[in-house]
Design a protein around this ligand. Structure first.
Ligand SMILES: Cc1cc2nc3c(=O)[nH]c(=O)nc-3n(C[C@H](O)[C@H](O)[C@H](O)COP(=O)(O)O)c2cc1C
Length: 377
């Protein structure tokens, strides 16, 4: 019998810890590298707020090979408590001072989830990575965020021009977690020469993969990604470190786009952000499907926080949210969804019933579990 925690998201660490399954050991002497295969696939990009647990699980169900977590700043996760919810199966990382989790995961995504850190400090990055290492497949360093709060603190895109620190953080992570695959996500620099010098410095560290967002720091998300610049950068990486996977990011919105980008740039993996924010089934070979109601059921089964659910479902495309329904039905549904204040009220709008059962063992999640468990890793 499992112990059922209250369904509101203020789990009691004391009760939950009684039956908490241990995280995988992270002390590493002699433990072989847990390899992550970054190549030959489409991946879900890191997205603050939008890359929530239900979105990551649906992405995996519909064919994403790996899923990145939203960036979590190093200090935010350090000293958090790992709390296992026996009712939902969710593992929350909670700070004693906060009433909501800093980051949540589910053991089902464990072999496929890459945890992204925002950091400007080798020591803090290592502490953050060690905090979650037992629950993730790999660790990624964000070297591309152009936002003021990030760059101002020497994180994100600031690392692109402070390569000594970038390299120091990657080396520290690889040294402290030799059993984990370490990667980073960068942007293009203004010139090819500078970009090639940057990736050569990165390749001097023992990392396993680089994601290249094919925009510069100053480019707007609406400007087309510069895929034509990627082949030369990829060649420079391959020449120095043929074992490092090169992942292309930018403007791949569907399975079809991603295939086309791969053949044009020569990379063998593509990472999708906004396409998956609008519809996490975009990885599906047969094209995206409607999934608004399913997202909701999953969120309810995982006790996902309602404001986060409302935000994420609000980001879905009209097709993902409703499918092809009549304009009038669509505007009624839209209105009801936007007025909803609970998962139950959203379910009423969709005319579905939410079960009181929690967790992913329910028949409605069979295809999710089977699709994810059937993967080779
Ligand atoms: C809502 C949102 C949140 C994002 N959060 C992150 C993040 O946490 N870390 C990161 O490296 N990039 C983040 N990005 C950037 C994306 O990962 C990606 O690089 C960018 O959107 C380009 O990919 P796309 O053209 O497929 O959207 C975010 C993008 C969006 C739209």
């Amino acid at each position: 019998m499992t112990q059922v925690l209250p369904h509101s998201r203020s789990p009691s660490p004391k009760t939950a810890k009684l039956q908490e399954p241990p995280a995988k050991k992270t002390k590493v002497e002699g433990i072989p590298l847990e390899e992550v295969d970054y190549a030959n696939g489409l991946h879900l990009a890191p997205m603050v707020r939008s890359g929530a647990l239900p979105t990551r699980l649906i992405s995996l169900e519909y064919g994403a090979k790996l899923v990145w977590t939203p960036e979590v700043i190093d200090r935010a996760i350090i000293d958090s408590q790992r709390v296992y919810n026996t009712s939902t199966g969710v593992i929350d990382y909670i700070k004693p001072t906060e009433n909501k989790p800093i980051w949540s995961t589910h053991p089902l995504e464990r072999p496929h989830v890459i945890y992204q850190i925002g950091s400007s400090s080798p020591q803090l990055a290592v502490q953050a990575a060690q905090t979650v290492a037992g629950d993730v497949a790999g660790i990624d360093l964000n070297c591309g965020c152009p936002k003021h709060f990030s760059v101002h603190a020497g994180m994100g895109a600031a690392l692109l021009t402070n390569t000594d620190n970038l390299v120091a953080i990657l080396n520290a992570l690889c040294e402290a977690l030799p059993h984990k695959s370490i990667s980073c996500k960068i942007r293009l620099l203004g010139t090819q020469q500078d970009t090639i010098e940057l990736v050569e410095r990165i390749c001097s560290t023992p990392i396993k993969a680089i994601t290249i967002h094919c925009r510069t720091k100053s480019m707007r998300p609406s400007e087309p990604a510069q895929h034509d610049r990627l082949a030369e950068v990829r060649e420079a990486i391959e020449k120095m470190r043929p074992d490092v996977a090169v992942i292309c990011n930018g403007d791949g919105n569907t399975h079809k786009d991603a295939q086309e980008i791969m053949s044009r740039t020569g990379v063998n993996a593509v990472m999708i952000a906004r396409g998956a924010e609008g519809n996490p089934s975009c990885f599906n070979r047969g094209g995206p499907v409607k999934l608004g109601a399913y997202w909701l059921q999953l969120a309810h089964a995982l006790d996902h926080l309602f404001p986060a659910s409302k935000f994420c479902t609000g980001q879905l495309t009209p097709f993902a949210k409703y499918g092809d329904i009549k304009k009038k039905d669509r505007s009624n549904l839209n209105q009801a969804l936007s007025q909803a204040k609970t998962h139950e009220q959203m379910a009423e709008a969709y005319k579905i019933t939410l079960t009181q059962d929690k967790g992913l063992d329910q028949p409605m999640f069979d295809s999710l579990r089977l699709a994810i468990q059937a993967r080779q890793h």
